[in-house]
Write a protein that binds this ligand. Sequence first.
Ligand code: ACO
Length: 361
Amino acid sequence: MFQKGLKDIVAVHTHIADVDGDKGELRYRGKLIGELVPEHSFEEMMYFLLYGHFPNEKELASLQQQMVEGRKLPKYIKEIINALPQEISLMDAMRTVISAFCNRTFKNQLIEEQAIHLIAALPVITAHHYRNNKALPIIEPNPELSHTANYLWMLTGTVPNPVHIEALETYLTLTMEHGMNASTFAGRVTISTESDLTAAVTSALGAMKGPLHGGAPAGVIDLLNEIGDETNISKVIEQKLASGERIMGFGHRIYKTEDPRSILLRDKCISMAGEDKWLDLATAAEKEIIALLETYKPGRKLYTNVEYYAAAIMRSIDMPPELFTPTFSVARIVGWTAHAIEQQNDNTIFRPQSIYIGTKS
Ligand code: ACO
């Protein structure tokens, strides 16, 4: 059987996430994200995805300590970052630097501990290269801050606003896992050869870089910029639809109803109303755009996808667009590592067939 792009082919059985596009449900280890995300921190959610249960007090304290240790990049890793030329993009830098993690870095850690180490290190690498590129002084990690707060702290060098921390944390926990997407699959294929976790995450970062996957919400920012204010919504959208353009942030290959992540991000935007004009514009524009899509594309079931409100939130917390895909990776590394561990625990090497269709002589 041949399916281009393995579309609709089931490649693995997993306990990690369930994406139901018809019902618009996303579950992490059987639990609806709508119930999990408001109740749990990034750290608790990553532990849940990696270990299959929420940490007790002692486990959480130990996890936080491991995260703080993981933020301390070894000298040779810092030297690699500092040696990178400025024109290397953040995604290229993240992939290059992560690939240098090895036994010397991990010092006999179990694979779950290596996962925690890489999850803690990735935002530090991102912030370090970002600030190098801007010729800004490097900000050392702050052990008193949570994972999300420390990421903002290291990017900006200022104590982050609690509203911004909460908004970013909502985005990170909602996007840390999403079933058998391209980057997660790339990671599973790599570790299925009995390669290691570093190689799996390096492969996943390579796959995430492509615009068809980690393209991120930059197109939505352009759209909101073009709309500018609420009186222009229908004019701009009708022009686009009439000329056959797609509206960024709407429609999804799997979700044929509202994307559950989008619903939660919208709630976050509404709770932040007045914080930023982009949040207000995004919430005001949604209903009008959906109605216009129904007029121009009847029956196609086009709703906001995760990128729409993610864009509004990123913009409102002053996250520059060049950091969108890296920040998506800072979240999704949790899913990559959880899947790599699952693959390693019950492994069969991926080796699909191909059909030769060239000439034969
Ligand atoms: N705006 C206008 N029309 C749309 C849109 C949109 N955003 N999305 C789909 N349509 C229309 C198509 O033109 C097509 O119409 P037709 O039947 O008249 O030809 C119909 O809906 C079906 O389109 P497909 O491309 O077949 O739908 P699919 O589900 O495969 O596409 C996709 C999903 C690629 C996300 C699409 O909805 C799209 O291009 N959206 C805009 C870009 C975007 O927001 N991407 C982020 C996705 S979320 C993520 O990747 C994490």
